[in-house]
Design a protein around this ligand. Structure first.
Ligand SMILES: O=P(O)(O)OC[C@H]1O[C@](O)(CO)[C@@H](O)[C@@H]1O
Length: 394
């Protein structure tokens, strides 16, 4: 690790037409608004608000929060930069900030925070439930029974990869059974051994698991967690979820309950793991957090003291997914060979990232890996979700 933090690279903005971040603001956000518009029979007031947001996505500016916003929320957003960015184009402010704030505005538009019919109604829940109900989920859960013949370590590694590739909404249990080649080759960095070593240190061991998506990502996350508890690799766990709907499919406490019920209702190994986790929650060995900062438009380097203290107390904090990675290393145009340990030196304890690559940010690669990726013919290796990484700073 370098003695000093690396010179920060430029922050990623969405202002360059044709770039991936620009496409997210200009195309994906409007598509999300249209999808939400069709999800429920919203009345004229909500439809007007959704249409205004749709228009704003094209050429609007960041606006102050509505007058009826909760005072604490208002104070938080002021601290998170809203006062500085209000009046500026979505395309000129940091991309991470613009995306995150877009979801806050979407919840305003559907009336999520306002007293009334739509208060607390997750506009993304039907899509999340559909994923859990998909017959493919049954198949993937049934495939878990095939892990019975493996040693506990092999099972642990298979479940770790299931959780990793679940970030692509793709449970990877069959990885363990001969079909591993393609996806393991697609790992651009694999510090898996360092993660297992951390879970071998003298106990008691606490895992902080900062989850990402609900549905078919959260299910394998829970299976991994349950396995680690069952094998005594961790004694306690804190599961960090989002306090409200975010980035379409991010997991909230309600999504956790849906996933848990899905697991406990399943037969075989999946059901056993589900019931184990249910008991661990009842006994307080697993606790759930939905910290406001989990939906903040800022990097983890800016985390508040209480969150910092929680992560500091963990044996290891595992962050799932692309967005958490961006927030962990900083949403910047890093040189891909910038050491992961350097950009995460500020983090208050050992930290691991499990991520499929779905945006431009990348650190911690070797020069050889970068050269191979650049030459490999897959121009979208940074953003297409075809590659993944396990990076650890001990
Ligand atoms: O669910 P994940 O892995 O955090 O990915 C979400 C990603 O999708 C995007 O919203 C758009 O690609 C990225 O900004 C973000 O990093």
């Amino acid at each position: 690790m370098a003695d000093t933090a690396p010179e920060p690279a430029p922050v990623i903005l969405g202002d360059e037409p044709g770039s991936f971040p620009h496409g997210v603001l200009a195309d994906r956000h409007p598509a999300v608004v249209r999808q939400v518009r069709d999800t429920f029979p919203f009345g004229p007031e909500r439809l007007r608000a959704l249409d205004a947001l749709l228009a704003s996505c094209a050429d609007g500016v960041v606006e102050p929060l509505p007058a009826e916003a909760d005072a604490r929320d208002r104070e938080r957003w002021a601290r998170w930069g809203l006062d500085a960015y209000a009046g500026r184009s979505w395309y000129e402010v940091p991309w991470l900030w613009a995306e995150s704030h877009f979801y806050r505005r979407l919840l305003d538009a559907v009336g999520y925070f306002a007293p009334g019919t739509w208060q607390g109604v997750d506009p993304f829940r039907p899509a999340k439930l559909a994923e859990l109900d998909d017959p493919a989920t049954d198949e993937e859960l049934a495939a878990l029974d095939g892990l019975a013949g493996l040693t506990a370590d092999e099972r642990g590694r298979a479940l770790l990869h299931g959780s990793l590739w679940g970030n692509r909404a793709d449970l990877g249990f069959r990885l363990s059974e001969g079909g591993t080649g393609q996806q393991v080759d697609a790992l651009v960095c694999d510090d898996g051994d360092a993660l297992w070593s951390l879970l071998d240190t003298p106990g008691p061991r606490t895992l902080c698991l900062v989850a990402d998506n609900a549905g078919r990502e959260l299910v394998p996350d829970l299976l991994l967690l349950s396995h680690l508890l069952a094998e005594g690799r961790v004694d306690r766990a804190v599961l960090h979820l989002k306090p409200h709907p975010y980035y379409v499919s991010d997991a909230t406490p309600a999504d956790l309950l849906d996933a848990l019920r899905r697991l406990t209702a399943a037969g075989g190994t999946a059901g056993t793991y589900g019931r184990l986790l249910w008991t661990a929650l009842r006994e307080g060995r697993v606790t759930v957090r939905a910290h406001p900062f989990s939906c903040a438009p800022l990097p983890y380097a800016d985390m508040p003291g209480d969150l910092r203290a929680e992560f500091a107390a963990a044996t290891v904090t595992v962050l799932k997914g692309d967005l958490n990675y961006r927030r962990l290393v900083g949403d910047r145009w890093w040189d891909p060979t910038t050491p992961f340990a350097d950009v995460t030196a500020y983090f208050p304890g050992p930290v691991a990232a499990l991520r499929t690559l779905k945006s431009d940010v990348i650190t911690g690669l070797t020069g050889t890996t970068v050269a191979a990726l650049e030459k490999g013919g897959d121009e979208r290796w940074r953003t297409g979700g075809t590659h993944a990484l396990i990076q650890v700073r001990t």
